[in-house]
Design a protein around this ligand. Structure first.
Ligand code: FES
Length: 97
């Protein structure tokens, strides 16, 4: 089990990049939900950042829902999702397996 962040950290900055199983990943808090995804855009593998209310790909600007991971705009193919990573919240911290 790997600790990614504390709830207090996410209260200050609601997203954090990390590496999971050797691949880029992102933890994000939005609408009182804490989610993690592989940070690999479904268009061409770019990384996203939380900008406003959406995850936005830094390569070509595709937008993703930060709760579901669903693609919201091109050039990410519609109907695609960022791949979720299960998180566990215990004692004020966020963990992944
Ligand atoms: S790689 Fe993300 S929009 Fe192109």
């Amino acid at each position: 089990m790997q600790q990614i962040a504390t709830i207090a950290e996410l209260a200050r900055i609601p997203w954090k990049e990390f590496v999971y199983r050797g691949r880029p990943a992102i933890l994000v808090q939005s609408e009182d939900e804490i989610r993690a995804f592989y940070n690999i855009c479904t268009h061409d593998g770019g990384c996203c950042a939380l900008i406003g209310r959406d995850l936005v790909c830094e390569s070509h600007g595709a937008r993703f829902n930060p709760v579901s991971g669903k693609a919201l705009s091109a050039p990410a193919p519609m109907g695609t999702f960022l791949t979720k990573i299960s998180v566990r919240i215990e004692m004020g911290a966020v963990f992944v397996d």
